[in-house]
Every structure is written in C-alpha cells, then in structure tokens.
Write a protein that binds this ligand. Structure first.
Ligand code: CLF
Ligand code: SF4
Length: 502
C-alpha cells in the first residue's frame, strides 16, 4: 500500500479567510501561497510547521512590565528550568539585546526570527520594544522581526509596528465573551486605572479584536494564541477560532494551560488543571475545521534561543557575549549561504514529493486505501526533518498519526531524557517511567538508536522501539513502519464489542 503523505494538519485545513485569500503554512501549500505571503512564512519556525525543523527563533527579554494579569502567569526572573512564557533568566536593555541577537545570529545561522514576547507584554513597554526593533532593522536587516502581545495596547501601536517591517504579530486571545474573560483576567491596567473582573475583560476583548482588524488591514500576518483552560474556555475556543478566522487571522495556536502549583500562579495554587493530550488534540481538531492550526508550539520562554524545543540560552549569557568579536556584515554572508543551502534542500524535497503525486496521477493510479486503523508514533529528532536523536537523549518526542489517509503531525510531548534522568526524578518516578507515561497511546517510537535496557519496558507498555530508520525523513519512516505493521496484520480495525442489554 502506498500512503500519501499529508504533511500536517494545517495542510488539511481548508484555505481561505486570510486577507491574502489563501491560508496555510505547510510545504504542500507553500507553493500555492501568493509570493508575498510565502516570503513571510517559509523560514518562520512558528508560522510554518516544516520550517521549524530547519530554522530557529530567538527571543530577547526586554519587556518586563505587563498591563494585565492572567491567572496562569507569574513572571519570575531567575528560573532556567522552566519553559513557559513569562519566564526569563536575564532581563536586557535594548543595546544589550541587540548585541545578543547579533551574537546568536552569527553563531546559529539558522536563526531567522527575532521575537519579543516578554517577560511582560512588549507593547506595555513600547520604548524598550521599539528601540530594540529599530536598532535591529538597521543592523541586521536579514532577520525577521516578530512580536507577541496580549493586545490591550495594540491599536495604539499599529503605526509604530509597521515602521520596522514587522510582518508577524501574535495576539493571545483566550475568549470573546467577557464572562469567560472574568475567570481568566482578574484585572487590567487601563487609562491609569486598575479595572477588575468582567469590565476589564470586556475592554481587553474589544481592544484585541480592534487590533486584529487593524493589523489585517495593514497586511501584517496575525497568529492568534489561545490557552486552553478546561472548564473555563474549553467550550468557547471553537467560537474564538471562527471569529478570528473571519477577521483574517492567518493561524490559530491553541496551547495547553501550564498550571503546576510550584509555578505559584493563581491557577496553579487553586488546583486548576491543564488539559490532557486528548482534550488538546480534540479541540485542535474541532477548530481546524474552520482555521489553520499550529500544533508545533513549544510555549517558549521569553528568552528562548534555538530551534523550537531546544534552548541554547545558556550559551549566550551577557558575559559570554561581551567576550565575542562579531563582524555582522561577514556573518550575514555566511548566513545567506546557509539559508540558500536549506532552501535548496527544501525545494528538492518539494519537487520529489510533487513528482510522486504526478506519477500517481499520470499512471491513473490511486493509493489503495485499506481499512486500517490509525496509529500514533513518537519520533525522536534534533531537527532537520529526519530521525536523528537517541531515545535516551530525547527531551521531547514529536507525535504523528499514521492512517490509511496519510501521515499527520499531532503535536509534541516533553519528557525527562532517559540517559540524564538518574534513577528517579519527581515523585520517585524514574525517567523511563516518565517517558512511558508521556508516550501513552503511541504504538511505536522511532529514534536513531535505542538501548537494550528501555527496550523491554517499552514493549511491555505496547510501544515498539524502532532504531531502523536513523537519518531517514520523518514522514517516509512513519509510512514504512505503518506499512510493516499492516503487513504484520497489526492494523485491523478494532472490533466494537456489543453487549446484550437485558
Ligand atoms: Fe517568538 Fe511567538 Fe514570534 Fe514565534 S514563539 S514571538 S511567533 S518567534 Fe512560536 Fe514559541 Fe509557540 Fe510563540 S513556538 S510560544 S508560537
Ligand atoms: Fe503574564 Fe503575558 Fe498575561 Fe502579562 S499578558 S500577565 S506577561 S501571560
């Protein structure tokens, strides 16, 4: 059986709704996007699922203040162990931030995007934010600029944003109903006053929607982030998706609430739970009927550096940067060469995929669609779109679903690397136990290598370890493993047991 490869759910989502008339951010759709949109997304790791395997982003933490309070936020300044928005290790002044960006860009040429995302709200700190953008647009014109905001001050800053060629703006919109908003935002700070509860939420919602409309009118790509909070906005986010799509948002990113009590947030301290993997996926699937969905978000720290999912921030502390001698014009030449090589590789992959499809249609062949059940597979990768990570070194796994309809990206799941976990971590749970729990529901784990020791426990948990596809493209390997499972008779649809009712 020949499986067609559906690269990710965004590809499956219907297009339309964006100001350019055609939405999407996958390699399949990339070719069909208008050139000016394609230019904006093809190397942005957040706006293109494919790009995130190859291109990196970084954030600079220049924006300490915030003008609202979210019940899931507690901005701390010195916790390098957490990975979630609002958390940073070092706060920078714009001049320091620019130095850091140039240092990272010269060292990691795959870094294409600089985002300002906190640790507070970038637009609640307009001088620091725009000073950073201004200097970067002059000194590093090859870097895309990106900003993420709660939206309260957005309408007042649209003109300033357009000055620096900022093509990408993310607005976090958790609701369009003030009654829901009152359960998420205890207060906002607006026109020199603290406004609480429903009234504050209503103002925030109105400003977010206005800001979205103004950005779309300016031709700026808008991504909407929403935090899924079970029991608060879980039933409401599909409506949010419909509304923001209708207004021209390009992409919707529904992220799970992070609410560990140790983080000291209101939700964490009051026992508000985050969604399960299944709840998150179900909502993303529901929204994807209306909207292009992002599923590869890693909920980055406000000072994150590197590919999504990796954090190289500790290589670029201010003392290390001060010791670096950066010749940025020279670095730009090297960066251009690296980008050209990546683009060439992506282009040849795209051509190879297209010719497979053409061959099928020229020969009048259709992939045989067998009645096989879908299977979740976990992938260990360091990037590059290939299976190149050792099972024991993986700090996260990408989760794909293979079915007779193709292969689709579902999301990622974080874990404690088995080789670094020691005997136990957390509440006496071993690193392997954590990974087994994290991979629940997956039937295979594909990695470059897997040791003898975890092999047995993985098999006992119903997860087949597989190190036979090292360095192969992820989707090709998944297709091959799915086919092996089919041949081995492991994919028969599960029978539904009917019970007699007395
Ligand atoms: Fe940063 Fe955000 Fe720009 Fe990306 S992150 S400001 S759009 S460059 Fe990306 Fe990180 Fe998810 Fe944000 S993975 S949290 S979506
Ligand atoms: Fe925290 Fe961002 Fe909410 Fe401000 S807008 S309270 S920084 S999560």
């Amino acid at each position: 059986m020949q499986l067609p490869v559906i690269n990710n759910p965004v590809a499956e989502a219907p297009s339309g709704g964006c100001s350019a008339g055609s939405c999407g951010s996958t390699d399949d759709q990339m070719g069909h996007l208008p050139e000016h949109i394609r230019e904006k997304v093809f190397n942005h790791p957040c706006y293109s699922e494919e790009a995130h395997h190859y291109f990196a982003r970084m954030h600079v933490a220049v924006a300490p203040a915030c003008n609202i309070q979210c019940n899931y936020c507690n901005r701390k300044y010195d916790c390098a162990n957490e990975s979630r928005p609002g958390v940073v290790s070092e706060l920078h002044h714009p001049v320091q931030a620019v130095k850091k960006v140039l240092a990272v860009a010269a060292t990691i040429p795959q870094m294409t995007v600089l985002g300002i995302a906190g640790p507070g709200d970038p637009l609640a700190n307009p001088q620091r934010t725009f000073e950073t953008f201004r200097m970067l647009s002059e000194q590093a014109p090859d870097i895309k600029l990106c900003v993420s905001t709660n939206g309260l001050s957005l309408p007042d800053n649209i003109d300033e944003l357009s000055k620096y060629n900022i093509d990408h703006v993310t607005i976090t919109i958790n609701c369009v109903d003030p009654d829901v908003g009152a359960q998420i935002y205890p207060w906002i700070f607006w026109k020199n006053k603290r406004i609480k509860g429903r009234e504050g939420a209503a103002i925030l919602i109105e400003r977010q929607q206005k800001g979205l409309e103004m950005l779309v009118a300016k031709g700026i790509l808008v991504k909407v982030n929403s935090v899924l909070i079970p029991g608060v906005n879980d039933k409401h986010l599909a409506e949010v998706s419909r509304i923001v799509k209708a207004k021209g948002a390009f992409l919707h990113n529904v992220m799970p609430l992070i609410s560990e009590a140790a983080h000291g947030t209101y939700y964490g301290l009051t026992g508000q739970r985050g969604p399960t993997n299944e709840e998150l996926q179900a909502l993303q699937d529901e929204c994807s009927g209306d909207m292009n969905m992002m599923r590869h978000c890693r909920q980055c720290r406000a000072d994150a550096v590197g590919l999504l999912g990796e954090d190289r921030g500790s290589e670029f502390t201010m003392d290390k940067i001060e010791a670096m001698d950066i010749n940025y014009p020279e670095a730009m030449k090297m960066r251009a060469e690296v980008h050209a090589a990546i683009n060439e590789e992506l282009e040849s992959k795209r051509i190879a995929k297209e010719s497979k499809v053409q061959l099928v249609s020229i020969q009048g062949l259709k992939p045989k669609v067998a009645k096989t059940r879908p299977v979740l597979m976990a992938i260990a990768t360091k990037g590059g779109g290939v299976i190149n990570e050792h099972f024991g070194h993986a700090g996260e796994f990408l989760i794909y679903e293979a079915s007779s309809a193709g292969v689709r990206f579902i999301g990622h799941r974080k874990t404690t690397p088995y080789c670094e976990g020691g005997d136990t971590c957390g509440d006496g749970e071993s690193a392997l136990d954590v990974t087994l729990r994290v991979l629940a529901g997956c039937e295979a784990v594909l990695c470059s290598k897997v040791g003898y020791e975890p092999w047995g426990p993985l098999e006992a948990a119903g997860i087949q370890p597989n190190g036979e596809h090292a360095m192969e493209p992820i989707e090709d390997a998944i297709v091959a493993v799915y086919e092996e499972m089919r041949v081995a008779g492991k994919l028969a649809m599960k029978k539904v047991e009917l019970q007699k009712v007395a």
